[in-house]
Design a protein around this ligand. Sequence first.
Ligand code: ATP
Length: 301
Amino acid sequence: MLMSNRARAPKTESQLVSLANAGIRRDGRWLVRGVDFSIRRGEVVTLIGPNGAGKSTTAKLAIGVLRPDEGSVARLPGLRVGYVPQKLAIDWTMPLSVRRLMRLTGPLNDTDLLAALASTGISHLIDAEVRHLSGGEFQRALLARAIARKPDLMVLDEPVQGVDFAGESALYDLIRSIRTATGCGILMISHDLHMVMAGTDTVICLNGHICCRGTPEVVSQSAYYLKLFGNSRSLAVYSHHHDHTHLPDGRVMHGDGSVTDHCHPDDGHHDQDGHDHAHDHDHSHHHHQGDHAEAKGEGRA
Ligand SMILES: Nc1ncnc2c1ncn2[C@@H]1O[C@H](COP(=O)(O)OP(=O)(O)OP(=O)(O)O)[C@@H](O)[C@H]1O
Protein backbone atom coordinates (compact mmCIF):
# COMPACT_ATOMS: atom_id res chain seq x y z
CA MET A 1 0.00 0.00 0.00
CA LEU A 2 1.36 3.41 -0.91
CA MET A 3 1.31 5.97 1.84
CA SER A 4 1.76 9.72 1.83
CA ASN A 5 5.34 10.69 1.18
CA ARG A 6 5.02 14.21 2.53
CA ALA A 7 7.04 15.14 5.57
CA ARG A 8 4.87 15.39 8.67
CA ALA A 9 5.62 15.92 12.31
CA PRO A 10 6.68 12.78 14.15
CA LYS A 11 4.42 11.39 16.84
CA THR A 12 6.33 12.75 19.81
CA GLU A 13 8.32 15.93 20.27
CA SER A 14 11.45 14.07 21.28
CA GLN A 15 11.43 12.26 17.94
CA LEU A 16 13.45 14.34 15.51
CA VAL A 17 12.80 12.18 12.52
CA SER A 18 10.77 9.08 11.96
CA LEU A 19 10.74 6.78 8.93
CA ALA A 20 7.79 4.46 8.38
CA ASN A 21 8.02 1.72 5.76
CA ALA A 22 10.15 4.09 3.68
CA GLY A 23 11.51 3.00 0.32
CA ILE A 24 13.41 4.49 -2.60
CA ARG A 25 13.08 3.11 -6.09
CA ARG A 26 15.39 3.99 -8.97
CA ASP A 27 15.70 2.54 -12.45
CA GLY A 28 13.15 -0.16 -11.70
CA ARG A 29 14.65 -1.45 -8.47
CA TRP A 30 14.30 -0.71 -4.79
CA LEU A 31 17.51 0.71 -3.33
CA VAL A 32 16.01 0.42 0.15
CA ARG A 33 12.57 -0.69 1.18
CA GLY A 34 10.50 -1.10 4.33
CA VAL A 35 12.79 1.09 6.43
CA ASP A 36 11.35 1.89 9.86
CA PHE A 37 13.18 3.74 12.58
CA SER A 38 13.25 7.02 14.42
CA ILE A 39 15.87 9.20 16.06
CA ARG A 40 15.21 11.02 19.32
CA ARG A 41 17.03 13.97 20.84
CA GLY A 42 20.29 12.86 22.42
CA GLU A 43 20.21 9.47 20.68
CA VAL A 44 22.99 8.06 18.50
CA VAL A 45 21.70 5.72 15.81
CA THR A 46 24.27 3.99 13.62
CA LEU A 47 23.62 2.39 10.26
CA ILE A 48 25.92 -0.46 9.37
CA GLY A 49 25.91 -2.79 6.38
CA PRO A 50 27.95 -3.75 3.35
CA ASN A 51 28.75 -1.50 0.39
CA GLY A 52 25.65 -0.62 -1.58
CA ALA A 53 23.33 -1.63 1.26
CA GLY A 54 21.53 1.70 1.11
CA LYS A 55 23.03 3.42 4.14
CA SER A 56 23.67 6.77 2.44
CA THR A 57 20.31 6.52 0.67
CA THR A 58 18.60 5.98 4.02
CA ALA A 59 20.41 8.94 5.56
CA LYS A 60 19.32 11.13 2.64
CA LEU A 61 15.75 9.92 3.14
CA ALA A 62 15.92 10.85 6.81
CA ILE A 63 17.01 14.44 6.15
CA GLY A 64 14.78 15.02 3.13
CA VAL A 65 17.43 15.14 0.40
CA LEU A 66 15.48 12.23 -1.11
CA ARG A 67 11.72 11.75 -0.93
CA PRO A 68 10.39 8.28 -0.30
CA ASP A 69 8.69 6.54 -3.23
CA GLU A 70 6.83 4.43 -0.70
CA GLY A 71 6.06 4.93 2.97
CA SER A 72 6.65 8.17 4.82
CA VAL A 73 9.28 10.21 6.57
CA ALA A 74 8.27 12.68 9.29
CA ARG A 75 10.55 15.40 10.60
CA LEU A 76 10.09 17.77 13.49
CA PRO A 77 8.91 21.10 12.01
CA GLY A 78 11.87 23.45 11.65
CA LEU A 79 14.37 20.65 12.24
CA ARG A 80 17.94 21.90 11.82
CA VAL A 81 20.20 19.33 10.23
CA GLY A 82 23.99 19.26 10.13
CA TYR A 83 25.08 16.91 7.36
CA VAL A 84 28.56 15.57 6.72
CA PRO A 85 28.24 13.75 3.41
CA GLN A 86 30.43 10.86 2.36
CA LYS A 87 31.84 12.85 -0.52
CA LEU A 88 32.31 16.59 -0.86
CA ALA A 89 32.38 18.24 -4.25
CA ILE A 90 35.45 20.36 -3.64
CA ASP A 91 37.75 21.59 -6.36
CA TRP A 92 41.04 20.60 -4.78
CA THR A 93 43.04 22.70 -7.23
CA MET A 94 41.56 25.91 -5.80
CA PRO A 95 42.94 27.38 -2.59
CA LEU A 96 40.37 27.07 0.20
CA SER A 97 40.96 27.94 3.83
CA VAL A 98 39.18 26.26 6.72
CA ARG A 99 37.52 29.61 7.45
CA ARG A 100 36.05 29.71 3.94
CA LEU A 101 35.08 26.03 4.03
CA MET A 102 33.00 26.81 7.12
CA ARG A 103 31.08 29.49 5.20
CA LEU A 104 30.73 27.74 1.84
CA THR A 105 27.10 26.85 2.32
CA GLY A 106 25.91 29.96 4.10
CA PRO A 107 26.77 32.88 6.33
CA LEU A 108 28.13 32.19 9.78
CA ASN A 109 29.13 34.76 12.40
CA ASP A 110 32.66 34.77 13.84
CA THR A 111 31.54 33.70 17.33
CA ASP A 112 29.80 30.55 16.10
CA LEU A 113 32.61 29.82 13.64
CA LEU A 114 35.30 30.06 16.32
CA ALA A 115 33.25 28.09 18.85
CA ALA A 116 32.73 25.26 16.36
CA LEU A 117 36.44 25.08 15.52
CA ALA A 118 37.32 25.15 19.23
CA SER A 119 34.91 22.33 20.04
CA THR A 120 36.50 20.12 17.40
CA GLY A 121 40.01 21.06 18.54
CA ILE A 122 41.18 22.79 15.35
CA SER A 123 41.09 26.51 16.23
CA HIS A 124 44.72 26.75 15.20
CA LEU A 125 43.86 25.62 11.68
CA ILE A 126 41.41 28.40 10.87
CA ASP A 127 43.60 29.82 8.11
CA ALA A 128 45.09 26.52 6.98
CA GLU A 129 44.58 25.28 3.46
CA VAL A 130 41.95 22.55 3.39
CA ARG A 131 43.99 20.51 0.90
CA HIS A 132 46.88 20.41 3.35
CA LEU A 133 44.87 19.04 6.26
CA SER A 134 45.48 15.52 7.47
CA GLY A 135 42.61 13.04 7.21
CA GLY A 136 41.67 13.53 10.87
CA GLU A 137 41.91 17.32 10.66
CA PHE A 138 39.74 17.36 7.55
CA GLN A 139 37.05 15.25 9.22
CA ARG A 140 37.17 17.60 12.23
CA ALA A 141 36.74 20.57 9.91
CA LEU A 142 33.69 18.92 8.35
CA LEU A 143 32.30 18.19 11.80
CA ALA A 144 32.91 21.79 12.83
CA ARG A 145 31.06 22.95 9.73
CA ALA A 146 28.11 20.72 10.61
CA ILE A 147 27.87 21.76 14.27
CA ALA A 148 28.41 25.50 13.64
CA ARG A 149 24.75 25.96 12.79
CA LYS A 150 23.66 24.25 16.00
CA PRO A 151 21.70 21.40 14.44
CA ASP A 152 19.03 19.35 16.20
CA LEU A 153 20.18 16.36 14.16
CA MET A 154 23.66 15.57 12.90
CA VAL A 155 24.03 13.13 10.05
CA LEU A 156 27.54 11.81 9.64
CA ASP A 157 28.23 9.59 6.63
CA GLU A 158 31.39 7.66 7.51
CA PRO A 159 32.92 10.36 9.69
CA VAL A 160 36.22 8.53 10.25
CA GLN A 161 37.15 7.82 6.65
CA GLY A 162 40.85 8.41 6.08
CA VAL A 163 41.57 8.55 9.79
CA ASP A 164 43.97 6.23 11.58
CA PHE A 165 42.94 4.04 14.49
CA ALA A 166 43.91 6.43 17.29
CA GLY A 167 42.35 9.29 15.37
CA GLU A 168 39.15 7.29 14.91
CA SER A 169 38.83 6.76 18.60
CA ALA A 170 39.35 10.47 19.27
CA LEU A 171 36.79 11.41 16.63
CA TYR A 172 34.15 9.09 18.05
CA ASP A 173 34.84 10.56 21.50
CA LEU A 174 34.36 13.99 20.00
CA ILE A 175 31.07 13.00 18.37
CA ARG A 176 29.81 11.64 21.68
CA SER A 177 30.84 14.78 23.52
CA ILE A 178 28.99 16.92 20.95
CA ARG A 179 25.89 14.85 21.60
CA THR A 180 26.29 15.28 25.36
CA ALA A 181 26.97 19.01 25.14
CA THR A 182 24.21 19.90 22.67
CA GLY A 183 21.64 17.14 23.17
CA CYS A 184 21.34 16.75 19.41
CA GLY A 185 20.42 13.44 17.83
CA ILE A 186 23.04 11.76 15.67
CA LEU A 187 22.58 9.48 12.69
CA MET A 188 25.90 7.94 11.81
CA ILE A 189 27.03 5.61 9.07
CA SER A 190 29.96 3.45 9.93
CA HIS A 191 31.89 0.48 8.72
CA ASP A 192 33.66 0.14 12.02
CA LEU A 193 31.83 -2.15 14.35
CA HIS A 194 34.37 -1.89 17.10
CA MET A 195 33.80 1.84 17.41
CA VAL A 196 30.08 1.56 16.78
CA MET A 197 29.73 -0.80 19.69
CA ALA A 198 31.20 1.71 22.08
CA GLY A 199 29.39 4.81 20.98
CA THR A 200 25.92 4.01 19.80
CA ASP A 201 22.52 3.70 21.42
CA THR A 202 20.98 1.81 18.54
CA VAL A 203 22.63 -0.14 15.73
CA ILE A 204 20.65 -0.76 12.57
CA CYS A 205 22.01 -3.26 10.09
CA LEU A 206 20.87 -2.56 6.56
CA ASN A 207 21.02 -4.62 3.45
CA GLY A 208 18.37 -3.11 1.20
CA HIS A 209 16.06 -3.54 4.18
CA ILE A 210 16.61 -3.63 7.93
CA CYS A 211 18.23 -6.97 8.73
CA CYS A 212 18.48 -6.51 12.47
CA ARG A 213 18.74 -3.79 15.07
CA GLY A 214 19.11 -3.21 18.76
CA THR A 215 21.40 -1.85 21.40
CA PRO A 216 25.08 -2.59 20.75
CA GLU A 217 25.11 -4.89 23.77
CA VAL A 218 22.20 -6.94 22.57
CA VAL A 219 23.48 -7.08 19.01
CA SER A 220 27.06 -7.90 19.98
CA GLN A 221 26.04 -10.75 22.28
CA SER A 222 23.75 -12.37 19.78
CA ALA A 223 24.53 -15.45 17.81
CA TYR A 224 23.20 -13.56 14.83
CA TYR A 225 25.76 -10.80 15.24
CA LEU A 226 28.60 -13.27 15.61
CA LYS A 227 27.50 -15.14 12.53
CA LEU A 228 27.22 -11.88 10.66
CA PHE A 229 30.51 -10.32 11.60
CA GLY A 230 32.58 -13.07 13.13
CA ASN A 231 35.63 -11.69 14.85
CA SER A 232 36.34 -9.19 12.14
CA ARG A 233 36.61 -5.55 13.15
CA SER A 234 35.70 -4.37 9.73
CA LEU A 235 32.52 -4.61 7.78
CA ALA A 236 34.37 -4.33 4.52
CA VAL A 237 34.49 -8.10 4.14
CA TYR A 238 31.89 -10.25 5.73
CA SER A 239 29.25 -12.73 4.86
CA HIS A 240 25.63 -12.20 5.56
CA HIS A 241 23.26 -14.96 6.59
CA HIS A 242 19.71 -14.44 5.50
CA ASP A 243 16.59 -16.52 5.39
CA HIS A 244 15.40 -14.47 2.43
CA THR A 245 16.88 -12.43 -0.38
CA HIS A 246 15.72 -9.09 -1.78
CA LEU A 247 15.66 -9.23 -5.56
CA PRO A 248 16.57 -6.25 -7.73
CA ASP A 249 12.90 -5.57 -8.53
CA GLY A 250 12.03 -5.36 -4.85
CA ARG A 251 10.41 -8.78 -4.59
CA VAL A 252 11.59 -11.25 -2.01
CA MET A 253 12.85 -14.79 -2.57
CA HIS A 254 12.45 -17.02 0.45
CA GLY A 255 14.51 -19.92 1.65
CA ASP A 256 12.16 -22.39 -0.02
CA GLY A 257 12.61 -20.64 -3.38
CA SER A 258 9.19 -18.98 -3.42
CA VAL A 259 8.98 -15.33 -4.47
CA THR A 260 6.58 -12.77 -2.97
CA ASP A 261 6.12 -8.99 -3.15
CA HIS A 262 7.04 -8.52 0.50
CA CYS A 263 8.85 -10.24 3.32
CA HIS A 264 6.81 -12.63 5.41
CA PRO A 265 5.72 -11.12 8.72
CA ASP A 266 7.64 -13.78 10.58
CA ASP A 267 10.88 -13.23 8.68
CA GLY A 268 13.21 -12.86 11.58
CA HIS A 269 15.11 -9.84 10.37
CA HIS A 270 12.03 -7.69 10.39
CA ASP A 271 11.01 -7.47 14.04
CA GLN A 272 10.14 -3.88 14.70
CA ASP A 273 10.26 -3.29 18.43
CA GLY A 274 13.56 -1.44 18.18
CA HIS A 275 15.27 -3.62 20.73
CA ASP A 276 16.29 -7.14 21.20
CA HIS A 277 16.63 -7.91 17.55
CA ALA A 278 19.42 -10.25 18.21
CA HIS A 279 17.55 -13.13 16.74
CA ASP A 280 18.54 -16.69 16.82
CA HIS A 281 16.81 -17.70 13.65
CA ASP A 282 17.58 -20.83 11.90
CA HIS A 283 19.70 -19.72 9.01
CA SER A 284 20.97 -23.17 8.49
CA HIS A 285 19.14 -23.81 5.22
CA HIS A 286 21.77 -21.92 3.35
CA HIS A 287 24.49 -19.40 3.58
CA HIS A 288 24.20 -17.20 0.59
CA GLN A 289 27.04 -14.84 0.80
CA GLY A 290 26.80 -12.25 -1.94
CA ASP A 291 23.12 -12.65 -2.73
CA HIS A 292 22.43 -9.09 -1.81
CA ALA A 293 25.67 -7.91 -3.27
CA GLU A 294 24.63 -9.35 -6.61
CA ALA A 295 21.29 -7.63 -6.42
CA LYS A 296 23.00 -4.37 -5.51
CA GLY A 297 25.52 -4.80 -8.25
CA GLU A 298 22.90 -4.35 -10.92
CA GLY A 299 22.87 -0.92 -12.35
CA ARG A 300 26.46 -0.25 -11.46
CA ALA A 301 28.91 0.48 -14.21
N1 ATP B 1 20.37 7.97 -7.84
C1 ATP B 1 20.58 6.66 -7.93
N2 ATP B 1 20.12 5.98 -8.99
C2 ATP B 1 20.31 4.64 -9.09
N3 ATP B 1 20.97 3.90 -8.16
C3 ATP B 1 21.45 4.54 -7.10
C4 ATP B 1 21.29 5.94 -6.91
N4 ATP B 1 21.86 6.28 -5.75
C5 ATP B 1 22.38 5.15 -5.22
N5 ATP B 1 22.12 4.10 -6.03
C6 ATP B 1 22.46 2.70 -5.77
O1 ATP B 1 21.78 2.37 -4.56
C7 ATP B 1 22.52 1.44 -3.81
C8 ATP B 1 22.71 1.96 -2.40
O2 ATP B 1 23.61 3.05 -2.42
P1 ATP B 1 24.09 3.75 -1.09
O3 ATP B 1 25.07 4.81 -1.47
O4 ATP B 1 22.91 4.14 -0.28
O5 ATP B 1 24.82 2.54 -0.35
P2 ATP B 1 25.75 2.54 0.94
O6 ATP B 1 25.21 1.47 1.86
O7 ATP B 1 25.84 3.90 1.52
O8 ATP B 1 27.12 2.05 0.33
P3 ATP B 1 28.68 2.32 0.70
O9 ATP B 1 28.98 1.58 1.95
O10 ATP B 1 29.37 1.73 -0.49
O11 ATP B 1 28.85 3.81 0.81
C9 ATP B 1 23.83 1.23 -4.58
O12 ATP B 1 23.70 0.03 -5.31
C10 ATP B 1 23.91 2.44 -5.49
O13 ATP B 1 24.61 2.13 -6.66
